[in-house]
Design a protein around this ligand. Sequence first.
Ligand SMILES: [Zn+2]
Ligand SMILES: [Zn+2]
Length: 503
Amino acid sequence: MVDTNFVEDHEGLHYDVCTHNISVDGAANHWLLDAQLLAPTASSERVLNSIQDITFRAEAVARPEVANHDIYRPEAMRTIESEIDRLGPQLRELSLKIHSHPELRFREQFAHDALSDFMANQGFEVTRRYMSHVPSKESPRFMTTAWRAAFTHTPKRAQANRSIRTLGVNSEMDALPIPRGSASHACGHNLIAVAGVAVAVGVKRALEVHDVAGSVVLLGTPAEEGGHGKVRLIEAGAYKDMDACIMCHPGSGPAHMVVNAGSLAIQAIDVQFKGKPAHAALQPWDGINAQDAVVQSFNSISMLRQQLRPDLRVHGVVRFDKSSLPVNVIPSDMSMVWNIRAPTKEGLDDLRQRVVKCFQGAAAATGCTVSIICKQPLLNLQQNAALAREFERTAVNWCGLTAAKVEDSGAFSTDFGNVTYEVPGLHPAYTIPTANGGANHTAEFATAAATKEAHDATIQVAKALALTGFRILDDEAFFRQVKDVFTSLQAIGSEQEKAEAEI
Ligand SMILES: [Zn+2]
Ligand SMILES: [Zn+2]
């Protein structure tokens, strides 16, 4: 048996969230949890998950039916929940199908077809190969795996002055080249895909049952992993009709947590130094050494790091072509690729200027010419605070999840960041259980993305997200708050840009 001290010793949780009814197996450090005797709150599972070598009985992860009614329109939430639960087995099957057909960026054909078919069967108007005719400056020129599923409900009761708002939702689909030469859902985009579906069908049902005016547009967004798929869709105008856009993303961590952290803005920089070849022993003085420019770049950036804030990131690699580098010739053509990351767009602009000077300095020191190509940036996530508050309230009070405090930006980047500069946006992260604490982009995470526990966590988050989306459509005053937050975020950004321009 376990007493209160056990609980209080672990992360300061209260006695009443995890009662004394935990039994200890005969084997040392092997804990069994009886769910019927435990209030299965997020907190209690969190504390227990922190103990090594723990075994849950299956029912221990069941969520309470209703934790607290303090949410927006509980009757709408009941509708959303029963619709998502009704489709639960089909959503699970869809997720597993996508998981077992991992497709790399821009090649998400199987997922495109499976998800489009599913949405068409749910009564959505589906556009396959959405925006595939729109060319991009980047390669590949055409993106053929985006899709769009739309539904609009017009109330029977006339609401003459009422404009219909549109809720956007995103489903990511692409896998990663993990292990090398293969592919897997090591970022759990199969879960994101079905979360988007669940949100869209849940909101659709709530609009119909409660006779609320509104549109929901679910976009299947390709190539999140390095392809900037959503940036292409923004450029093609795919977000123009949305009043807000929401999605969610799994990560590893203590069970049943959600967090609305920001992400880092990121920009790739391609650098090429050109010098002059020469025999490395006979006439090295005639050469101009591009490899020295590379070395000098790394040294300068290593020194720069001491003066960078800890929330900035700079990391680069040399693009070697070994066959072109004979040891007895001064290297005359060398390339590098760098990533820079910062918590804000303005921070990224500042960091870019400082890093570019390192490359220019290296070129000047060695006599090389330098070509510096700064690629299109992915912007930081601007989590809309009004949406975040609403989502967390529902996630905690209805779904029994725990909302983590946001202290820093997450050290990751996503093309949804750019979406949040276009429309009010929310991108909560949530936890799924992984072996050995395996984080995103590991084989352990790919395995975890197929588990029932991960699916159940996704469904809970989707329910909370769906009610948040429903409120955007249903509640004019709430939407005004969301819009005000968005407008003030934009104003801060342009003020900072103005201040920089004046310096
Ligand atoms: Zn990822
Ligand atoms: Zn991802």
